[in-house]
Design a protein around this ligand. Structure first.
Ligand code: UDP
Ligand code: MG
Length: 320
């Protein structure tokens, strides 16, 4: 199988038919084998009935139906679990992405990239509640994860299968797959794609998403750069805190013992005690983190590196 298109779908009854027909039209024109995997994320409208009907007439349309609404990230994860294609394309079900952009994504992939991300150059969403927060988030994401994309939020993206296989999604991290994948060393490209206003149904997200994206970004940055060495983050913070606290206590000891002044009423005393305690706690938290990292990697059989290829290795054979 060459291509799998993975689409999370939640209450999109007005969009299902045009989505599937536009997709099959585009994909049938391509010289490759393909499948479309739609993950019905617990729709409560007529979406699934329509999907059942369409799937009966098109064996290349596969449908995974959740028992309830688990969210877009879970839907992506379920879709990835089911994929067979060597290249995996993701997109939204609401037709804001244009299926006709898929061939361009594939052409770019053929140049040797592992991820090609769509960039909604003419994004058709409200400025204040959508485009502005998203622009800020893109900048922040680029800065924190060092993977600079103009449009993390665009669902229309293409991945090589092995990139998808190496990734576990939690929270709402589906937006940041390119950044998550960056730890394994990937070549990423961006191409401009179409974007249309939503014609049917409503957006499933509001402004609350901004806060969650921000927290996800912090988690991501921590995992990317300190995921295998938590003692370095907590330890450095802890040592700084402990050092400052210890210096203050020494100064107070000097004031009390040498100068003979009373120190009981000085705010500095409270501060120094606080800093020393926080410092010790941070360092021990780092140690706990180290133990958890070891458990995590060893229990999950998850190596801390990814090999691209080996030469003359008798145990692995040579790549073709
Ligand atoms: N979606 C989903 N589960 C959810 C929320 C959304 O599968 O809990 C799907 C939705 O059907 C759509 C895509 O995710 O295909 C993007 O959602 P939406 O269009 O509401 O987001 P926006 O484009 O407004 O950012
Ligand atoms: Mg949308």
């Amino acid at each position: 199988m060459d291509l799998s298109v993975v689409i999370p779908l939640y209450n999109e009854e007005g969009n299902v038919r045009p989505l599937v027909s536009r997709l099959t039209e585009t994909l049938s024109g391509l010289p490759l084998s393909w499948e479309v995997i739609i993950v019905d994320d617990g729709s409560t409208d007529g979406s699934f009935e329509i999907l059942r009907e369409l799937a009966a007439g098109e064996p290349r349309l596969r449908v995974v139906r959740f028992r309830r609404n688990f969210g877009q990230t879970a839907a992506f994860a379920a879709g990835f679990e089911a994929t067979q294609g060597q290249i995996v394309v993701t997109m939204d079900a609401d037709l804001q992405n244009d299926p006709a952009d898929i061939p361009a994504l594939l052409d770019k992939m053929a140049e040797g990239y592992d991820i090609v991300s769509g960039w909604r150059v003419n994004r058709q969403d409200a400025f204040l509640t959508r485009r502005l927060p998203s622009q800020i988030a893109n900048r922040l994401a680029g800065w924190l994860t060092r993977v600079h994309l103009h449009d993390y939020g665009c669902s229309l993206k293409a991945y090589r299968l092995e990139v998808i296989r190496g990734i576990r999604l939690y929270g709402e991290l589906h937006r940041f797959i390119p950044a998550l994948a960056s730890w394994m060393g990937v070549r990423i490209a961006e191409i401009p794609v179409n974007h249309e206003p939503r014609r049917s149904g409503r957006s499933k997200y509001g402004l609350g998403r901004t806060v969650r994206v921000l927290l996800d970004l912090l988690t991501l940055q921590f995992l990317l750069f300190y995921g295998t060495r938590p003692a370095h983050v907590f330890g450095s913070l802890g040592l700084v805190s402990f050092g400052l606290g210890a210096a203050m206590s020494l100064y107070l000891a000097y004031v009390k013992l040498i100068l003979g002044q009373s120190i009981g009423s000085r705010p500095l005393l409270t501060l120094s005690v606080l800093l020393v305690i926080v410092g010790v706690q941070m360092v021990t938290m780092g140690f706990l983190g180290e133990i958890m990292v070891r458990t995590y990697h060893e229990a999950a059989g998850k190596p801390i590196y990814v090999v691209r290829e080996t030469l003359n290795d008798p145990t692995r054979g040579t790549p073709d």
